[in-house]
Design a protein around this ligand. Structure first.
Ligand code: PMP
Length: 437
């Protein structure tokens, strides 16, 4: 029996069946280095999903590994009860690279926890309870996270937390108002006001959104969207919580954080995934004024929050980004990736839309460009073909028909060329099969 079969058999026997696994025969990985991972049977893959946008400077980057190893040999755990040098140094670094007046951090272990913490903070500061989130958004797997999430499939066990309302999302390719940008005047943004006026008490704690909806399928808003929404949210007393779990750390090119493209300064920002190259770490950063509201507001603790090893890894990860994978680098390589994907769209009718920024590029697949019927079967076939060709990509979108292309930020133009070449071959095969069908 192959090693992979042995693992898959045990997976079936000992793990919950609701683990979402890619590929008809799931892919057990064994090792990674830079842009590549290897499966347990020795097959090599070019990784253009980066462990869900997490291995931001490539697998097992030597600087990150060395920093983590050094910390492991000194102190593995401290909890948030004791200040730690890495804790304050990373908080200082994040204050430096985040936009506006963001300065004060609370470290946790995941994106879900970071979003939960943001909601807790907004409620504490404003004294209001209601939150407006976006349809198609994703905020995590905690009760609050699932309730904030705007997709039914990700709400296992039903909706949980009351007081969360969902506004229309700025999904231009499938405009919820059936309008066209720019003639629409970004009408979807006005829906936030309608939602506040009709479904809340009129005094909200916050609006939460991702600068580009990640799990939603890299849905990219028109440039004016966040400015219009921010003005509305302020009028109703709410804070702007910006979830940078996927878009943070240069992923979108040119800027450290995705929201910087959209011209507003968040009151609270959440981050995780790429922050520590795969080590578990989440953070919720806010302004000193908003952070001050937590003083005397009750007790909170995170046993694993601010784990010194994850923090050491994060400091090293940001150090590598500054040297080898700056926002300027991701903008340049991202533009190259986008040009390659646009070229594929010209060739293959299966590609309905290409969108995103930097090294966060989405490809929405449709059976017919006019009806925009989601090409779910073709996506599954494309996954099998790309796997055979040694390329890993991601998928998402409420209809499961959007590819998520997001390599480590250290990717070079040559890596992109290789990925586009493999995608070209895979699309040719799938397009031909779908014509035959
Ligand atoms: N927010 C966003 C935007 C995410 O993409 C995710 C994870 N996909 C989360 C929050 C939750 O993060 P985690 O899985 O680390 O809890």
């Amino acid at each position: 029996m192959s090693k992979s079969q042995e693992i898959l058999d045990k997976q079936k026997k000992y793990l919950w069946p609701n683990h979402l696994l890619y590929y008809t025969d799931a892919l057990p990985l064994e090792k990674g280095e830079g842009m590549h991972v290897w499966d347990v049977d020795g097959n090599k893959y070019l990784d253009f999903f980066a462990g869900i946008l997490t291995t931001s400077v490539g697998h097992n980057h030597p600087d990150v590994t060395a920093a983590a190893q050094e910390q492991v040999s000194k102190l593995i755990h401290s909890s948030t009860l004791y200040p730690h040098e890495n804790h304050v140094n990373l908080a200082e670094k994040l204050a430096e690279i985040t936009p506006g007046a963001l300065q004060s951090s609370y470290f946790t272990t995941s994106g879900s926890e970071a979003d939960d913490t943001a909601v807790m903070l907004a409620k504490t500061y404003t004294g209001s309870q209601e939150i407006v989130a976006l349809r198609h958004g994703y905020s995590g797997r905690s009760a609050t996270g699932m309730s904030l999430t705007g997709q039914s499939a990700w709400r296992v066990g039903g909706t949980h937390i009351s007081g969360i309302k969902h506004a229309l999302n700025p999904y231009c390719y499938r405009c919820p108002l059936k309008m066209t940008y720019p003639e629409c005047g970004v009408a979807c943004a006005e829906d936030v006001e309608e939602v506040i006026q009709t479904t809340t008490s009129g005094r909200i704690a916050a609006f939460i959104a991702e600068p580009i909806q990640g799990v939603g399928g890299f849905i990219t808003p028109p440039p004016e969207y966040f400015q219009i929404v921010s003005e509305i949210v302020k009028r109703y007393g709410g804070l702007m919580i910006i979830d940078e779990v996927q878009t943070g750390f240069g992923r979108t090119g040119d800027k450290w954080f995705g929201i910087e493209h959209w011209g507003i300064e968040p009151d609270i920002m959440t981050m995780a995934k790429g922050i520590a190259n795969g080590f578990p770490l989440g953070n919720t950063i806010t302004t000193p004024e908003i952070a001050a509201s937590t003083s005397g507001a009750g007790l909170t603790i995170s046993t694993f929050g601010g784990n010194p090893v994850s923090l050491a890894a994060s400091l090293a990860t940001i150090g590598v980004m500054e040297k080898e994978a700056s926002p300027a680098h991701t903008a340049e390589v991202g533009a190259h990736l986008r040009a390659g994907l646009d070229g594929l769209q010209d060739k293959y009718p299966l590609i309905g839309d290409v969108r995103g920024k930097g090294l966060m590029q989405g490809v929405e697949m449709v059976t017919d460009r006019k009806t925009k019927e989601p090409a779910v079967k073709a996506v599954a076939q494309l996954f099998e073909e790309t796997r055979k060709l040694g390329l890993l990509i991601g998928k998402g979108g409420m209809y499961g028909n959007s590819l998520r292309i997001a390599p480590p930020l250290t990717a070079s133009k040559e890596d992109v060329d290789e990925a586009i070449e493999k995608l070209d071959i895979a699309f040719a095969r799938v397009q031909e099969a779908s014509i035959d069908n």
